[in-house]
Design a protein around this ligand. Structure first.
Ligand code: PMV
Length: 349
């Protein structure tokens, strides 16, 4: 009789405040980045293994997304497993089944690679410890999971920790590294721990240009050196604002980072645009409302057209009114996902 071994993790998505855009080597970032961990948008992944019946050293994998076998994802995950098989010898010795689902709809335009890759990396690390009958210290476990998640998708490195997380070597952040992310929750002002993230879906369509291609276009982008310098300056300024709770400075940097990311896409060769007219209409409406209400609400964008509206919990009801009255009309089928700063990944079983 064959014994199946199984582990399940839930791991959240994250939204970058300082954007990682441009990489080198084995998924190493060209600049340090920092993000909020989300709470409601997560992937739940189960890794099951049983001894192989054959002696073949080929990776044997079945991949199910939303309970349906998914061959496109299977190919991607096999490539990922090939790249890390030296770290996890069981990948060649066992027959593997991965079952994954997202808490958010597939067509919501929310990047699922961060949550999916971090959930899978956490499962791999837990399984490895289980097979080797060892329990490594918690900090080392998450450092390893972050390193493995990074190899799957750079931004996934930041999803293994709660609240606020940086990734990339940065002299002002103790213990920071290009290889894995660092938790920042202990030095940020409490107001940021109450932050809400309302995701306004301008379009749920599949991205026209993948992040992988976007990163590679930075190699020949004439503005790349200036961008990496700006990212460093913005990190320094944002760290100060995060420590003292300076919301205005926070907003100025975060919005500039989002627009810089999209400007870099627009001036790459070939050029492309991911914002839509509704993205711009929402940006204008947010700026006008902020000016008239004097409330601290700010936008950021991922590599897509959707607005992430960031604000402290204490102004939630006023922002909700503003969303209903003015922003909802620009959302595809009125779709909005309400999220907030999250507590990080969870071991389910
Ligand atoms: O993790 P990747 O390779 O999909 O790149 C993500 C890049 C951005 O989401 C645009 C920015 C970031 O830091 O998350």
């Amino acid at each position: 009789m064959h014994t199946t071994k199984q582990v399940t993790w839930q791991s959240p998505s994250n939204i970058a405040l300082i954007k990682y855009w441009g990489k080198h080597g084995n998924q190493l970032p060209n600049n340090a980045s920092i993000s909020f961990t989300m709470e409601n948008c997560y992937s739940e992944t189960t890794l099951s293994i049983e001894p192989k019946l054959s002696t073949s050293k080929e990776i044997e994998l079945r991949f199910y997304f939303d309970k349906k076998e998914n061959l496109a994802f299977r190919i991607k995950i096999i490539q990922f497993f090939e790249s890390i098989h030296k770290e996890f010898s069981f990948l060649r010795d066992y027959s593997i089944i991965v079952n994954s689902m997202n808490s958010f709809p597939h067509s919501s335009g929310i990047a699922s690679s961060a949550s999916a890759m971090s959930a899978l990396a956490l499962c791999l690390c837990s399984m490895d410890d289980m097979l080797n009958k060892r329990k490594i210290p918690k900090d080392k476990f998450f450092e390893r999971a972050s390193t493995i998640a990074r190899i799957g998708s750079g931004s996934a490195a930041r999803s293994v920790y709660p609240t606020m997380v940086s990734w990339g070597k940065f002299k002002k952040i103790k213990g920071s590294s290009d290889k894995f992310a660092t938790e920042c929750g202990d030095w940020i002002h409490p107001v940021f721990k109450t932050f809400q993230n309302s995701i306004l879906i301008a379009s749920g369509d599949e991205k026209k240009v993948s992040s992988r291609v976007g990163h590679s276009l930075m190699e020949k982008n004439p503005f790349a050196p200036a961008r990496y310098k700006q990212a460093e300056d913005n990190m320094n300024e944002l760290i100060k604002a995060l420590m003292v709770g300076d919301l205005e400075q926070f907003g100025e940097i975060v919005e500039s980072e989002a627009l810089t990311l999209h400007a870099l896409m627009m001036c790459s060769k070939p050029s492309y645009t991911l914002m839509t007219p509704n993205t711009l209409a929402m940006i204008e409406a947010i700026r006008d409302f902020r000016e008239s209400s004097k409330l601290p609400l700010y936008f950021t964008l991922d590599a897509g057209p959707n607005i992430h509206l960031l604000y402290p919990k204490k102004i939630q009801s006023k922002v909700q009114e503003f969303i209903d009255l003015e922003l909802k009309q620009y959302c595809e089928n009125g779709r909005i996902i309400f999220d907030q700063v999250g507590k990080g990944p969870k071991l389910i079983k």
